[in-house]
Design a protein around this ligand. Structure first.
Ligand code: URA
Length: 312
């Protein structure tokens, strides 16, 4: 019994640390309130697991599994009794029901096209695509790069983040978003309630442009088919386009990011949410709140899909 108490104590301390950390990220992102977050589900689930273990004397079960079970029960109740349409559900539902289609999206620059980007052959794995990239010399960026930065994360990720191209740190380490912008991206991902390893992170171009200049159209045109193939293999629920270059590449538009951010588009067989690039947010922290609004829509949409899947 004392072992159980010790386990309970250490789980609670761990959760309190997580929640405190989470609040710090949110504060930094300019968040002033929220309706619900996965961490609070975890906390609730942990408390009920602890209460149950107190009664039975058995070690508490895994909080995340407990949260999933609690959610499944709730979903089952709603299925039986009808959806009470709480504000949270209404928000999640509207995010699910109405992602805008690029082809229906008039902008100052006309209608954004719905892209058809089928690769010549269907890839089955990211490794196949990496093998095809090889020691790439297809564009001039290969001359100045140290490493090809292919991308990293869960190959079955529900959310994919796409940036512009590697910077100095990324070029040195061969990993995307590991510099200052990457640290902010990590905090944004965690504020959404995910871990970096649970998402997939990549860029439009896989080689660092000299002096971190913007990739040129021919470089983008050479590299983006690989990005589109990665999306088709991973099949995420949402691709978050970080900044203008990623959004323009993924949506086939020249529209400025300020005009297209914050709305879901359909492209590459999935939803695309354009938002500000973390490097821009480091220069303009007053825009973090808008980026957070965008990410919240992504989180709500992905969570609503998970609930829908769990209730099937
Ligand atoms: N900026 C990007 O767009 N991508 C990276 O990987 C790092 C910084």
């Amino acid at each position: 019994m004392s072992d159980v108490r010790e386990e309970i104590r250490s789980r609670l301390l761990e959760l309190i640390r997580d929640v405190r950390e989470h609040l710090r990220y949110l504060e930094e992102l300019g968040v002033t309130h929220w309706e619900d977050l996965p961490a609070t589900d975890d906390l609730r689930a942990c408390i009920s697991a602890l209460a149950a273990s107190e009664r039975t004397g058995e070690a508490p079960s895994e909080p995340r599994a407990e949260a999933a079970r609690a959610q499944a029960t709730l979903d089952e109740e709603i299925r039986k009794e009808g959806d009470p349409m709480t504000s949270k559900r209404r928000a999640a539902r509207s995010a699910t029901a109405s992602p805008e289609r690029a082809s229906e999206q008039p902008t100052l620059f006309g209608h954004l096209p719905l892209l058809q980007t089928a690769p010549p052959t269907e890839d089955r794995t990211l490794e196949e695509i990496r093998a095809d990239v090889g020691d790439c010399t297809r564009c001039k960026l290969h001359r100045s790069r140290t490493t090809i930065v292919f991308g990293e994360g869960d190959p079955r990720a529900r959310i994919m983040f796409v940036g512009e191209g590697p910077g100095a740190e990324e070029d040195a380490q061969g990993r995307p978003f590991v510099g200052r912008a990457g640290q902010l991206l990590n905090r944004m991902i965690e504020a959404m309630g995910f871990r970096r390893e649970e998402v997939y992170i990549t860029n439009v171009v896989m080689c660092r442009p000299p002096n971190n200049r913007t990739p040129e159209p021919d470089e983008i045109a050479t590299c983006e088919p690989f990005l589109f193939r990665k999306i088709r293999v991973i099949r995420p629920d949402v691709v978050v386009a970080l900044g203008a270059i990623a959004a323009q590449s993924l949506l086939g538009t020249k529209a400025p990011i300020g005009q297209i951010r914050g709305r879901f588009f359909e492209a590459h067989g999935t939803k695309v949410m354009p938002t500000f690039h973390p490097a821009f947010l480091l220069r303009a922290p007053e825009r973090k709140r808008e980026a957070w609004e965008d990410l919240r829509k992504v989180r709500d949409y992905v969570l609503s899909l998970s609930r829908e899947r769990a209730s099937r």
